[in-house]
Design a protein around this ligand. Structure first.
Ligand code: PMP
Length: 457
């Protein structure tokens, strides 16, 4: 078929796909990027153009796009046992081995794992677990869920309700009882003359007040990303988790670390909670869990929640929840390999080794008069564009500054992500120093160009 405008890849995709989380007018104007394969941290489109993917796909392709060991692990498991569930006391050997491994590498001395197909489902699963537990323990009113504005926890109904984004209103969400607290972003949310310590203390006081107002006995859990990811890469203010965890403990409210992005090395430790020196009651994992080679999520329960859930389930004979592909043997075989690759084949070491260069690159670009702040932890970072640096005034949203920067980057072979007024970078862990320099050079050229185009050079 000749590649005319009407049957181009872009037209075919647009005709037959409803794109999610996509700026539709922009894609209609610019065309979709249709990809065929990847090479290390690069992806290649149907026309043979190469893009350095500084997003790692969606934060997940941490080992790049052509890791031979991961593909081989998948192939070997497909040949051996291509699919099974984890119901009725039947489970694949790979699923058992991965569960042992996940507890071994978790911050918990012991615990239990429950598998899903995605991060959203893992969050919904844990909400159901907390509701199940509350009823089993004679506290059926303990149902409310606390999260933060700008936190991102997914798109299924409970996970979307946890997510602190205005677009929820388009769906009539959040569900009742999902309460959003202040985002711990000192640069944006701190008051003039408020120290970072005072800001953290104010957020802890807010948590105390919300618990008092709602009643501790009505709150099932507090979910937080160690570093907020899709809300714009927002590390917590100093001492944040140390300030809130004792309050939650005092009221028997579990603290859940949503480690879908942070987990398995992104922040420079295996877990984001380790980077911020706290141990949660449970962890939500996905993305790097399989290095993006298989859709999989996991709820990892610490000792207290796993003991209580086990008892609650035994009392009614089962925990009536699960997915057809929970603990899929191919996903588990890939995850076992991915964990080995990240922890033992130098990927986590590379995150740590590259972090100073990454931070230096971000801080150099933040010297630009229209970059208000750089933020980051490990290999996740963001630059926030501002119209006026001293007052942190954003550009009018009609200018679509971050989208224009990202589009200009795409035109020059770099994929990075606009999030609000920020540009987000979260490259694969296999990046070399030269590739990191290429990333910053291309981003710098795009920033210069877009700011000069909008008269803000
Ligand atoms: N939690 C966090 C912290 C995430 O970043 C995401 C996805 N970006 C999710 C949950 C949802 O995961 P999924 O898209 O796999 O449902």
């Amino acid at each position: 078929m000749p590649d005319t405008a009407a049957n181009s890849w872009d037209a075919r995709a647009g005709a037959h796909m409803l794109y999610g989380f996509t700026d539709l007018p922009s894609v209609q104007a610019r065309g979709a990027v249709v990809l065929t394969h990847g090479e290390g941290p690069y992806v290649v489109d149907v026309a043979g153009r190469r893009y350095l993917d500084a997003n790692s796909g969606l934060w997940n392709m941490v080992a790049g796009f052509d890791h031979p060991g991961l593909a081989a692990a998948a192939k070997a498991q497909y040949d051996r046992f291509p699919g099974y569930h984890a119901f009725f006391g039947r489970v694949s050997d790979q699923t058992v081995m991965l569960s042992e491994k996940l507890i071994e590498v978790s911050p918990f001395a012991r615990g239990k794992v429950f598998y899903t197909n995605s991060g959203s489902e893992a969050n919904d699963t844990l909400v159901k677990m907390l509701w199940f537990l509350a009823r089993a323990e004679g506290q059926p009113e303990r149902r409310k869920i606390l999260t933060r504005w700008n936190g991102y926890h997914g798109v299924t109904v409970a996970a979307a309700s946890m997510t602190g984004k205005a677009y929820n209103a388009l769906f009539g969400l959040p569900l009742p009882g999902f309460i959003h607290l202040t985002c711990p972003h000192y640069w944006r949310e701190g008051r003039p003359d408020e120290t970072e310590a005072a800001f953290t203390a104010r957020l802890a006081a807010e948590l105390d007040e919300v618990i008092a107002r709602e009643g501790a006995e009505t709150i099932a859990g507090f979910f937080a990303e160690p570093v907020i990811g899709a809300g714009g890469v927002i590390p917590p203010s100093a001492g944040y988790f140390q300030a809130i965890q004792p309050i939650l403990k005092r009221h028997n409210i579990p603290l859940i670390a949503d480690e879908v992005i942070c987990g398995f090395g992104r922040t420079g430790a295996v877990w984001g909670c380790q980077s911020y020196d706290f141990i949660p009651d449970a962890i939500i994992s996905s993305k790097a869990l399989t290095a993006g080679y298989f859709p999989m999520g996991a709820v990892i329960l610490g000792p207290d929640l796993s003991d209580r859930l086990q008892a609650a389930a035994e009392a009614v004979e089962e925990f009536p929840h699960g997915f057809t592909a929970s603990g899929h043997p191919v996903g588990c075989a890939i995850a076992l390999k991915a964990i080995d690759v990240i922890l033992n084949e130098g990927l986590l070491d590379n995150v740590r080794a590259l972090t100073p260069r990454f931070e230096a690159g971000l801080s150099r670009l933040a010297e630009h008069p229209h970059i208000g702040e750089w933020r980051g932890k490990g290999l996740m970072g963001a630059l926030e564009a501002v119209a006026d640096k001293p007052t942190k005034t954003p550009f009018p949203s009609t200018l679509s500054v971050s989208e224009r920067i990202a589009n200009t980057c795409t035109d020059h072979g770099l994929i990075c992500r606009p999030l609000g007024q920020s540009i987000v970078l979260c490259p694969p862990f296999i990046l070399t120093e030269a590739q990191m320099d290429e990333m910053f050079d291309k981003l710098e050229a795009a920033l210069t160009r877009v700011f000069s185009e909008i008269g803000a050079g």
